[in-house]
Design a protein around this ligand. Structure first.
Ligand SMILES: [Zn+2]
Length: 345
């Protein structure tokens, strides 16, 4: 997919490094979010300026670490579904319900009570703000229609399919607005996509088509570890350029699936475990990258953590990313040596 990236004007190194999206919030922001109630507003009590300060800090930190594609760190988000639900028409309130993601847990789920509609940009201003702080490309990140549907209660649409497609139509507007603002890499998070494997061919692929159709951007879909054995290789039909998968927490067992059926897209390969406090050594990360290169061409491979880092401490986050970037640089140098030997230079 390097061709597509070049066409978009992005000149990325081999094995581009990035992160999934979220970073830990600083304590002052956590405290402010606890005390300031602001269901639909933005800058009550100076919350927005704290969010901006934290975003700026994470941009500086990512640049310092040497990451190639940056994120805004999601300082302004609580959770990935409610944040969007609150800013779309058609949702009202929340109710406790079971969500199957990384183990089952109870969670406040938004309720669809009317026609879902995009009413205006949701993430665009944060993307613009963040991109304004750096020359490195910043990813636009939205929660995908399937996950929005699966992690909400539907009291309006006659079926899960119709709810999902309505969300896809609304999110398409958000993605278009991001691209119009200048976002060239857009990530559609779909951690729930393997929840009901039969729905992938029934409507999840169609929903992703609706989201991405006609938008000139390089699309990534982030999917945390799930029942991949039931949706692979069918998931390769999702119309995105790159899958961002949790690999390390499952001991890289997906590699065996890729051996049976080659992975046909680019892959952002999770090389550090976001559920562990332990900081991986550079050597361990290098080994994981080498394993990835057993089944992928270097041109297909991006390097990132398994998932968002918001549950780690700042120190763990920074140290994990430093190990990741260092291991990637060493691997690039090694691959560069190999290719110059191959071409006799
Ligand atoms: Zn994830």
């Amino acid at each position: 997919m390097h061709e597509k990236l070049k066409k978009l004007g992005l000149d990325l190194p081999l094995l581009p490094t990035t992160t999934v999206g979220s970073f830990p919030k600083p304590q002052e922001l956590i405290d402010a979010r606890r005390t300031i109630r602001r269901p639909f507003l933005t800058d009550i009590g100076g919350l927005e300026s704290l969010e901006k300060k934290a975003t700026q800090d994470w941009v500086n930190t990512q640049e310092g670490i040497g990451l190639d594609i940056l994120v805004d760190g999601e300082m302004y988000r609580g959770d990935m579904v409610a944040y969007f639900a609150k800013r779309l028409n058609g949702f009202k309130g929340t109710r406790s319900g079971l969500v199957r993601s990384y183990g089952n847990r109870y969670y406040r789920k938004p309720i669809i009570t009317g026609e879902v509609q995009w009413k205006g940009p949701i993430t665009v201003n944060w993307w613009k703000f963040t991109q304004g702080l750096t020359r490195k490309p910043v990813k636009g990140i939205v929660t995908g229609p399937y996950t929005m549907m699966d992690w909400s209660f539907n009291e309006y649409y006659p079926s899960r399919r119709e709810a999902c497609l309505a969300l896809a139509k609304a999110l398409h507007e958000e993605v278009k607005a991001l691209a119009k603002a200048g976002a060239k890499i857009i990530q559609v998070d779909e951690p729930a996509i393997s929840a009901r494997p039969e729905e992938l061919p029934e409507f999840a692929i169609e929903a992703m088509q609706m989201v991405t159709r006609g938008v000139d951007a390089y699309f990534i879909s982030h999917i945390c570890y799930g029942a991949f054995e039931f949706i692979y290789p069918g998931m390769l039909e999702l119309p995105v350029d790159n899958f961002d998968l949790e690999m390390s927490n499952s001991e890289l067992d997906l590699i065996e699936l890729f051996r049976e059926h080659p992975f046909s897209k680019d892959l952002s390969f999770g090389v550090v475990d976001v559920h562990s406090h332990i900081v991986e050594s550079v050597e361990l990360v290098k080994q994981r990258i080498q394993r990835a290169l057993e089944v992928l061409k270097p041109e297909q491979l991006w390097i990132d953590p398994d998932c968002g880092l918001k549950t780690r401490t700042r120190e763990e986050t920074v140290n994990k990313l430093k190990a990741m970037v260092r291991a990637t640089q060493d691997t690039r140098a090694h691959l560069g040596g190999e290719s110059s030997r191959r071409t006799g230079r």
